[in-house]
Design a binder for this molecule. Structure first.
Ligand SMILES: Nc1ncnc2c1ncn2[C@@H]1O[C@H](COP(=O)(O)OP(=O)(O)OP(=O)(O)O)[C@@H](O)[C@H]1O
Ligand SMILES: [Mg+2]
Length: 258
């Protein structure tokens, strides 16, 4: 009984007083309207993530995982419900404000790496800092500060020796490590990860998951979407979506072949 419960969002709530709030979604719904039909991609979704958590969200194709991650990453807005990032209400912001908060607070990791092949590994990561809007009252980063930050991020993923390579000179697993360094370089409040192993063979997939696990142990907050229950088990809290709704007793699904 306690085992079942330990994988639900309830337990995150129970430990609330010890932890600092990172993301909080309440009663989120998403309806896509096309000419002749409505798709209810998400309904009644409540999700609270605290600093230092490692949360996975899994479920079958079409259950709403990417729709939820897009809302969490401020790439899309919910049809209804409220959303707070580090205590700030971000449900009703305009496009510019959303972009600003996204750039500052959220690191994305995608299935398809999304690196720019013409740029070196170093420049792919530095780009995040060069194009970041500077807050009022704070200074733009100097070139040597950017260099330091990029080298720190590369060291975190153990890829410092490949700073001068182009992405297409690296293996898939190495490219994903660079994409993770790029997501980390701006010191986001949370890493949002969409199917990070989808383009990798199992050896590289396992290595990327081990890296995410070690980053989390070192303090990075992670929310990962995956349809692969094997990888969902790397997370401390496993949430499951089915037909747009969170299932609260998900552990029975884990490990079962579908
Ligand atoms: N822009 C859109 N317009 C209309 N319907 C959409 C749109 N985006 C997603 N949907 C629908 O919303 C539902 C959820 O889609 P979503 O992409 O979130 O699923 P998913 O869980 O990420 O699936 P997968 O594992 O295949 O990536 C699906 O029924 C999909 O067809
Ligand atoms: Mg998806």
């Amino acid at each position: 009984m306690t085992n079942l419960k330990s994988t639900t969002n309830n337990v995150i709530n129970e430990s609330a007083n010890k932890k600092e709030l990172c993301l909080q979604l309440s009663n989120i719904a998403k309806v896509f309207r096309t000419q002749d039909m409505e798709t209810h991609a998400l309904r009644n979704v409540d999700l609270t993530i605290y600093k230092g958590d490692f949360v996975s969200i899994s479920g079958p194709s079409g259950c709403g995982k990417s729709s939820l991650l897009a809302i969490m990453g401020l790439l899309d807005s919910p049809t209804s419900g409220s959303y707070h990032i580090v205590g700030k209400d971000v449900s009703q912001l305009d496009v510019d404000m959303r972009a600003e908060i996204r750039n500052k607070s959220i690191g994305f990791i995608f299935q398809s790496f999304n690196l720019i092949d013409e740029l070196s590994v170093f420049e792919n990561i530095a780009l995040v800092l060069r194009y970041r809007e500077v807050d009022k009252g704070s200074k733009e980063l100097t070139e040597s500060e950017i260099e330091q930050a990029v080298h720190n991020a590369l060291a975190q993923v153990d890829m410092g020796h490949r700073a001068g390579h182009k992405p297409n000179q690296l293996s898939g697993g190495q490219q994903q490590r660079i994409a993770i360094a790029r997501a980390l370089v701006g010191k986001p409040a949370i890493l949002l990860v969409d199917e990070p192993t989808g383009n990798l063979d199992s050896k590289n997939g396992d290595a990327v998951m081990a890296l995410l696990k070690s980053l989390n142990k070192a303090g990075t907050t992670i929310c990962m979407v995956t349809h692969d229950t094997r990888y969902a088990e790397f997370a401390d809290t496993q949430m499951h979506l089915l037909d747009g709704e969170m299932i609260t007793e998900p552990v029975l699904m884990i490990g079962k072949a579908s």
